[in-house]
Design a protein around this ligand. Structure first.
Ligand code: PDD
Length: 287
């Protein structure tokens, strides 16, 4: 069955019908920004925060973003409804559009704006308990990781190296030994009873799920510190977990070839994962 699950340059269409110029700067230079938003029915999770982050990314890339975020946000419910997908993720992308290949910024860019939805079943509680694995790698990304840029080659290659080692995710570590974030997720560790994560600076994305984790932990009286753990502290951590739109809160049970803690999901992690699931259920419930 063919459904309209893409909105491109002002029109709804099936994803397979969407085409973009070879000269699009997103294609030529990775010159664009994106967002991934979870939805159920016509409700989009924490949409305002995703749109605010998209505006910030576009501003950092000096794109004349006028109302692009608002325009895309406005069509999302119709896109979800036209797709017929009960639940999934929306991918929103804005690039600097097609222009003759030149590093200099075009003076009057016509942005390529698109959004598409994909069906997705989010992790079951059994899958959360099964956890995941990761491989530490030296951070080789650029110094503006706060921008959700479509230039994702470092993440692609980092995840490939992780997969070749039989693990599911890369964890980026700075040359100073500080643990930054994952290939497409934020990273938390429980060290000496305290929940730690990298602060939001240019080395990590200000994850929307990360924000919820911090709020929920504060609310539950869990000691929290936005201060990066070192590689050594990570190897001694009782619990490590990741957070992202697509994977919620997911325990990391092995890093490199070593178990984290006792190799099973920890109590702090499971408590936060449970609170997050409850919050998501409330947000996505039909009013
Ligand atoms: N990735 N850090 C990076 C580098 C990310 O790419 C992501 C999200 C996150 C988590 O952010 P949030 O909680 O807002 O999803 C952190 C998306 C899901 C992706 O690229 O598919």
């Amino acid at each position: 069955m063919v459904v309209d699950d893409l909105f491109l340059k002002g029109e709804f269409m099936p994803l397979a019908s969407g085409t973009v110029s070879v000269l699009d700067r997103g294609f030529q230079f990775g010159d664009g920004a994106y967002e991934v938003v979870r939805f159920r029915g016509e409700r989009f999770l924490w949409l305002d925060e995703h749109m605010e982050r998209l505006r910030r990314s576009l501003a950092a890339l000096a794109m004349p973003s006028a109302d692009v975020a608002a325009r895309l946000a406005a069509i999302l419910p119709e896109l979800a409804s036209r797709s017929g997908y009960p639940e999934g993720s929306a991918y929103l992308q804005v690039t600097r559009g097609a222009a003759p290949r030149d590093f200099a910024l075009p003076s009057e860019p016509v942005l390529t704006e698109l959004a598409y939805v994909r069906p997705h079943t989010f992790l079951s509680w059994e899958e959360v308990n099964a956890g995941t694995t990761a491989l530490l790698q030296e951070d080789m990304r650029w110094a503006r990781c706060d921008v959700k840029s479509v230039s994702l080659l470092a993440a692609v290659m980092g995840k490939a190296v992780a997969a070749a080692a039989g693990t599911a995710e890369v964890i980026w570590v700075g040359t100073d030994g500080s643990v930054r974030e994952g290939g497409s997720c934020n990273i938390f560790a429980v060290v000496d009873g305290e929940l730690r994560t990298h602060p939001t600076d240019r080395h990590v994305l200000d994850g929307i799920t990360r924000r919820r984790v911090l709020e929920l932990a504060h609310g539950a009286g869990i000691a929290v510190r936005e201060d990066p753990v070192t590689r050594d502290e990570l190897s001694q951590a009782d619990e490590v977990f990741l957070s992202s739109t697509m994977r919620d809160v997911l325990p990391i049970l092995r890093i490199d070839d070593l178990p984290v803690g006792d190799g099973r999901p920890g109590l702090v992690t499971l408590r936060i994962a449970e609170m997050l699931r409850a919050a998501v259920t409330v947000e996505l419930a039909v009013p």
